[in-house]
Design a binder for this molecule. Structure first.
Ligand SMILES: NC(=O)c1ccc[n+]([C@@H]2O[C@H](COP(=O)([O-])OP(=O)(O)OC[C@H]3O[C@@H](n4cnc5c(N)ncnc54)[C@H](O)[C@@H]3O)[C@@H](O)[C@H]2O)c1
Length: 322
C-alpha cells in the first residue's frame, strides 16, 4: 500500500507517517514547511522519517494543483491521508488569507488529485472539533448542527467537509473526515497550550490562563489519534455517497487548570499563572462523543492526560536540551 500523507512535516502527519512506515506501507510525504511555526522542528520530523525504507518526500504547496498532479503522477499512491492545513483558531483572526489558500484551495486541489488517481481506495482528511462552534449540548455528536462557526478556521474546516461531500456524490470515491479534538504529545505544536505552558514554565514566565483555566478541553494523545486514523484508513466507507465524518477525541474533557498541575508535576516546578479573558474564536468546552468511530472502527482512546503529559514534558526537555 502506498499512502500520500500531506502535512508530513507537521505534528500529526509526522506521527501517522511513522506508524504507516513501521507497519510496512510506503509513504509519499508532502509539505511546504511553511513558517507558521519553527521550520527546524518540521525539518527534524522529516529527517526522522527519511531513514525508513519506503519514504519519499516532496516539498511543495498542495494548493498548486498543477504542480501537485505533475509531481505525484507516477507515485503509485492508492490512499491519501490529507493532514496538511493552516491550523490555529487565533491566527485566523489576523491572517485569514492563509486559511483560504491552504484549507479551501488546498482541500479542493487534493480532491481533484484524488478524483484523477485511478483506483484510489480511500481519501481520509482532517477536520476539527471547532466546527461545533459555540454549541452548548455536550458531548458534541456528529449529528449536531455545525452551521455557526465562531472562527474562520472552523468555517474553512466545515467547508472542507461540504466540498468532500459534494465530491463523494459527484465522483463516488470513498472519503472519511475526522474531527480531531485538541491533540497533544511528543513533537507537538508550539502554538498549542500544552507546549506554550511547558515553555513558559521552563523559561520562568507566567502561564496565561484564559477564563482562569476553567475552559474544558478533550485533550487527545497523539498515539490514540494515530491508531484511529489508521483504523479508519483501512476501512473505507461504501455505498452511493461514500463519505463519513467522525469525531476522534479522548471522550474525557479536563479543565485547563488540571493540565497545568500535570505539567508542574512532570517538570517538578511550580507555575505562576495570570488570568486573561477568553479570546475571540475560542469556545468554553470541547467534548467528543465517540460512539460512531468506536462502533465502526473499534477506536478506543487509551492514554489519559496523567500519562500523556509527562511523555510530552520528557520529549520537550530533550528537544530544548534542558
Ligand atoms: N493538533 C490538533 O489539535 C488539531 C485539532 C483539530 C484539527 N487539526 C487538524 O489536523 C491536521 C494536522 O494538524 P497538526 O496539528 O499536525 O498541524 P501542523 O501545523 O503541525 O501540520 C500541518 C502541516 O501542513 C503543512 N502545510 C500547511 N499548508 C500547506 C500547503 N498549502 N502545502 C503544503 N503543506 C502545507 C505545514 O507546513 C505543516 O507542517 C490539520 O488539518 C489541522 O487543522 C489538528
Amino acid at each position: 500500500m502506498t499512502v500520500l500523507v500531506t502535512g508530513a512535516a507537521g505534528f500529526i502527519g509526522y506521527h501517522v507517517s511513522l506508524a504507516l512506515l513501521r507497519r510496512g506501507d510506503r509513504v509519499v510525504g508532502v509539505d511546504n514547511l511553511n513558517e507558521y511555526y519553527s521550520v527546524a522542528l518540521k525539518q527534524s520530523r522529516i529527517e526522522a522519517l527519511r531513514p525508513h525504507n519506503g519514504f519519499a518526500f516532496h516539498r511543495l504547496d498542495f494548493a498548486d494543483d498543477a504542480l501537485l498532479k505533475d509531481t505525484l503522477r507516477d507515485s503509485g499512491i492508492d490512499r491519501i491521508v490529507h493532514l496538511g492545513a493552516q491550523p490555529g483558531v487565533r491566527y485566523s483572526i489576523d491572517h485569514p488569507m492563509a486559511y483560504a489558500k491552504s484549507n479551501l484551495v488546498g482541500h479542493l486541489a487534493m480532491l481533484e488529485l484524488a478524483r484523477h488517481t485511478p483506483g484510489l481506495r480511500h481519501f481520509v482528511y482532517a477536520s476539527s472539533s471547532s466546527v461545533y462552534g459555540g454549541n452548548e449540548k455536550l458531548p458534541f455528536a456528529e449529528a449536531d448542527p455545525a452551521e455557526h462557526p465562531v472562527s474562520l478556521y472552523a468555517a474553512t474546516k466545515r467547508a472542507d467537509e461540504l466540498m468532500s461531500d459534494a465530491y463523494a456524490h459527484l465522483y463516488g470515491f470513498p472519503q472519511t473526515g475526522l474531527r480531531f479534538f485538541t491533540v497533544y504529545g511528543p513533537s507537538g505544536r508550539p502554538d498549542m497550550a500544552v507546549w506554550l505552558f511547558t515553555e513558559a514554565l521552563f523559561d520562568g514566565r507566567p502561564i496565561r490562563l484564559f477564563e482562569d483555566g476553567r475552559l474544558l478541553r478533550d485533550f487527545t494523545y497523539v498515539d490514540d489519534i494515530v491508531s484511529g486514523v489508521i483504523a479508519v484508513l483501512d476501512g473505507p466507507p461504501a455505498g452511493d455517497r461514500p463519505h463519513r465524518i467522525y469525531n476522534i477525541g479522548n471522550n474525557r474533557p479536563e479543565r485547563v487548570t488540571r493540565l497545568v498541575e500535570l505539567i508542574e508535576q512532570a517538570a517538578d516546578r511550580k507555575a505562576v499563572t495570570v488570568s486573561a479573558p477568553m479570546q475571540p474564536g475560542d469556545v468554553p468546552a470541547t467534548y467528543a462523543d465517540i460512539d460512531a468511530i468506536r462502533r465502526d472502527h473499534g477506536f478506543e482512546p487509551k492514554t489519559p492526560l496523567e500519562v500523556g503529559v509527562p511523555r510530552f514534558v520528557d520529549w520537550y526537555r530533550k528537544w530544548r536540551g534542558l
